[in-house]
Unconditional design. Structure first.
Length: 154
């Protein structure tokens, strides 16, 4: 397999994982809300509702992050096209001003792309933190409701 095909395969798996995680987040949140029962235990009920909110926030952050993926790809493509133009015109003296302008555009867009990528990394980190926190809160709430509350009422 060539490097280009390996890269395409890696990107494909990465995109599928992003959408899977997003779908899983909303599925778990929806399932938790549908099956949620309040036991009267303050801690259990608080954790139950908190898990709904936290998982929903994780899903919204994931949507927000995925919203900017096309922007990053368009910016990357813009940079690649401009770099090809620079290579094509760099040896022709009558296009020196155009080449300089293209280099400036490339530099500006590379900075913009780096900002987008950094922001998306931060969003992904928060998405994971909220997802894991939401799952933990949900598990604790269900454990408290199913184990602690019946055990304490004996």
């Amino acid at each position: 397999m060539s490097e280009s095909r390996n890269l395409e395969a890696a990107q494909d798996v990465h995109h599928k994982f992003e959408f899977y995680l997003l779908a899983l987040t909303f599925t778990i949140a929806g399932f938790a809300i549908q099956t949620g029962k309040f036991s009267g235990n303050i801690l259990g009920d608080f954790l139950e509702v908190s898990s709904w909110v936290i998982l929903s926030i994780s899903g919204v952050v994931g949507l927000w992050r995925i919203e900017y993926l096309p922007v990053a790809y368009r910016t990357y493509t813009y940079i690649q096209v401009r770099k090809q133009n620079i290579e094509y015109y760099k040896d022709e003296e009558e296009h020196n001003d155009s080449v300089d302008a293209l280099r400036q555009e490339v530099a500006e867009h590379e900075f913009k792309l780096k900002e987008i990528e950094d922001t998306n990394r931060k969003k992904y980190r928060w998405q994971k933190i909220f997802f894991v926190s939401g799952l933990a809160a949900l598990l604790l709430a269900r454990l408290i409701t199913q184990i602690v509350v019946p055990w304490c009422s004996r």
